[in-house]
Design a protein around this ligand. Structure first.
Ligand code: HEC
Length: 152
């Protein structure tokens, strides 16, 4: 019994590490893009209100800004595996290879997003002016990273 119990976990671990190939790799890129979609969805609501394209709604603004804050707090490190850039994957991704050569700069934009969305989350429900005043820092974090590391 004891030997079997020892052997099984090792076999399972080998199977798991073997699985971290093509299928998982694709999932990582899909998760990254889905993560970005969630950011874009919430930013879209806030941007539409800030530009007067959507009526300001304190509850909705607060919810969307908090979603950004919580999303920014999520550790998304595993969604950026080396070799998942557009040079390697072609049209499956819009992530430039430069991102991996300047990883600390990319991480810096994520940090800016964390700080900006935290401030926005506490302000967005306090009126349209507060939303407008604090959305810029978040937009700069998204836009800064996209300009450098994302294909248009
Ligand atoms: C760390 C850099 C970085 C930050 C910060 C960032 N993005 Fe992105 N974003 C990317 C990259 C790289 C891609 C391309 C991902 C891919 O195709 O694999 C992307 C893709 C996207 C996409 C397209 C997703 C799709 O369907 O493929 C949207 C929408 C998006 N980002 C919105 C946002 C918004 C909104 C923010 C800020 C709240 C933001 N991003 C912050 C780097 C970033």
């Amino acid at each position: 019994m004891k030997t079997i119990l020892k052997v099984v976990p090792i076999a399972a671990a080998l199977a798991l590490s073997g699985m971290a190939s093509a299928a998982d790799f694709e999932k990582q890129v899909e998760a990254r893009q889905a993560y970005m979609e969630v950011l874009g969805y919430n930013m879209g609501i806030l941007g539409a209100m800030a530009r007067g394209k959507m009526d300001y709604d304190a509850d909705l603004a607060s919810a969307a800004a908090n979603n950004l804050k919580y999303a920014a707090m999520m550790n998304n490190g595993s969604m950026w595996p080396a070799g998942s850039d557009m040079d390697a994957l072609g049209d499956k991704t819009e992530a430039k290879a430069d991102l991996w050569k300047n990883f600390s700069q990319a991480a810096g934009y994520l940090d800016d997003l964390k700080k900006g969305s935290e401030t926005l989350a506490s302000a967005a429900g306090n009126g349209l002016d507060e939303l407008r005043k604090n959305i810029g820092a978040v937009g700069d974090a998204c836009g800064g990273c996209h300009k450098k590391f994302k294909e248009d």
